[in-house]
Design a protein around this ligand. Structure first.
Ligand code: SF4
Length: 89
């Protein structure tokens, strides 16, 4: 499984989740050159270790375990995954 950042993050981009993640699975980070160009943060499903540290620190409750993503936000599962498959290595 993985955790997923939903569209509630858009426009907020609070980085508490990024700071809390022990697996460096959340991108872009605030020091990344591309940080300002992305509307939200994303979780790499291949790096996430399902520790849940990010979920409670999100001030807008944008983060869910994949299996608990609300129906209206299911598109975010692919959005998070595709962010990393589209990213240059
Ligand atoms: S669940 Fe843990 S490993 Fe996965 S993105 Fe959140 S903090 Fe990082």
């Amino acid at each position: 499984m993985t955790y997923v950042i939903t569209e509630a993050c858009a426009g907020n981009k609070d980085t508490a989740c990024w700071e809390a993640c022990p697996a460096d699975a959340i991108h872009p980070g605030p020091k990344d050159a591309s940080f300002g160009t992305h509307v939200q943060l994303y979780i790499d499903p291949t790096e996430c270790i399902d520790c849940s540290a990010c979920e409670p620190v999100c001030p807008v409750e944008a983060i869910y375990p994949e299996d608990d993503v609300p129906e209206e936000s299911h598109g975010s599962i692919a959005v998070n995954r595709d962010f990393f498959t589209a990213r240059p290595a």
